[in-house]
Structures are given as C-alpha cells and as structure tokens.
Design a protein around this ligand. Structure first.
Ligand SMILES: O=C(O)C(=O)C[C@]1(C(=O)O)C=C[C@@H](O)C=C1
Length: 237
C-alpha cells in the first residue's frame, strides 16, 4: 500500500498544509501573552486530550506533543495500516520540534505586536505544529518503504548500528534540492494576492518564500532524516 513514490507524494501534499499553516499563523502578530508557559501548555495539552478521545492518535501518522496521560480513544476502532514496524511507536521527537518552533521558527515569520487574539494564535500554532510534526514523523513511512525496497543494503548497517552510513544511504541530495525548490515555488503561488484584475499588483507574498525554503532546508528535511535513521535502527528488533 505504501511505496517510496506514494510516500513522496504524501510528503508533497503535506507541504500545502504547512505553507497554509504558515500563512494562517503569519496573519496574526506575535501575541506574546500566548506564550505564557502555563496558558500555552494548558491550551495545547487539553486540545490534544480532546483529539485523543476522538481517536487522532490511533492513526500511526500522528504523534502527540504531550503523550503523558492522554485519554483513550472513544471512537470505534479503525484498522489503520500496519505497514510500520511496531517500534515506530517509540519514536517521537516532538520535544525538539516544539523548541525549534517557538525559539527559531516563530520569530522568523511573525511580526511583532499584540491584537489580543491569544486563543486564535494558540490554535494556529497547534495546527501548524501538528502539520510540521506529521511531516517529520512521516520519515518512519519513508524509511520503511526504503527498507523494503532494498533490505540487503540496510540490514548490515542496522546490525552495525552505523548511523552515519544509514544517513548516507537514505539521503538523496537531488530529491532534497527539488523539495526545497518546490516549497519555495508553492509559497509564491499560494501566498499571492488573488484578484479579478488581470495583473496582480506588487509582489508581496503572504509568507516569505525564502523562509519556507529555509525551514525545509534547515529543519524539516534534517529532522525527517533523523526520524528515518531512528526508525531503521529499531527495524530489526
Ligand atoms: O524522499 C526521500 O527519499 C526522503 O527520504 C525524504 C527527504 C525529505 O525529507 O524530503 C529526506 C531525505 C532524502 O535525502 C530526500 C528527501
């Protein structure tokens, strides 16, 4: 059901969600009171708890930011694909994603200021964080597809626990370059002002296309690759 091609298509599709998430969060100013630790964690933890009850985390593509004490799902069991090795469930790098998001990413694309919309700000942060997290943890599926395509190449490196060699084997620089170019182009297309006039005035994008390509180049792709390596290291257990 999953192949490397279908996994890559899914990664491309997720770019749309991330770019629109950036546009939505970028509409709002920084809104510093949102980042009072107690307020933010209460809002995000409780939002996740509600979504957990509604079954969000029974889907192996989803990884919570606050996995401790999440309530069980109350919706009917759905037989999600068992494509991944069970050890995939042990991999969750959301703590790193959280830090990166608040300390590095937000200041890069959000204007200073306060308009009082703290709940809307936190909601925009949560859905963007979830989109970024889903993309990065999708590395598990990409890694599994790669492993199934050539187990004979991966097995000896996994047995030797050779992270560096695994990283090298799973890397395709040409694909990475293409992804970075594509997200920049998408940011230009999705972020333009659409009017009924023939010529679109000015060239001001809703999210800076170079912030999007930098986000992918510096964080999203490298973290996806870390998830891939972590997954592969557990693949033979
Ligand atoms: O498409 C792949 O092969 C992936 O592993 C995904 C990805 C990415 O994060 O976009 C990561 C590593 C590769 O070097 C290329 C691209």
């Amino acid at each position: 059901e999953y192949t490397l091609d279908s996994a890559r298509e899914c990664l491309a599709r997720q770019e749309d969600t991330i770019i629109f998430g950036l546009i939505e969060r970028g509409r709002l100013p920084f809104n510093a009171p949102t980042y009072n630790y107690t307020f933010l964690t209460f809002l995000l933890r409780d939002s996740e708890a509600i979504q957990a009850k509604a079954g969000r985390y029974t889907n192996p593509e989803e990884n919570p930011f606050f996995p401790e004490n999440l309530p069980p799902s109350v919706v009917p069991h759905y037989p999600f694909s068992e494509f991944l090795h069970p050890a995939a469930a042990l991999i969750n790098i959301n703590k790193d994603i959280w830090k990166l998001y608040f300390h590095e990413l937000l200041p890069m694309f959000v204007a200073s200021g306060d308009d009082g919309n703290y709940a809307q700000t936190a909601a925009a942060d949560l859905s963007l964080l979830q989109a970024i997290s889903r993309r990065i943890h999708y590395g598990k599926f990409v890694a599994e597809a790669k492993f199934r395509e050539s187990p004979q190449c991966y097995k000896p490196l996994i047995r030797a626990k050779d992270r560096e060699a695994l990283m090298k084997l799973l890397t395709s620089e040409s694909v990475e370059k293409m992804v970075v170019k594509r997200v920049k182009k998408k940011a230009m297309v999705f972020g333009q002002e659409v009017t009924l006039d023939r010529d679109v005035k000015g060239k001001k994008y809703k999210v800076d296309p170079s912030v999007v390509s930098l986000l992918y180049q510096k964080w999203i792709i490298p973290l996806t690759k870390i998830v891939e390596v972590e997954y592969l290291l557990r693949r033979l257990h």
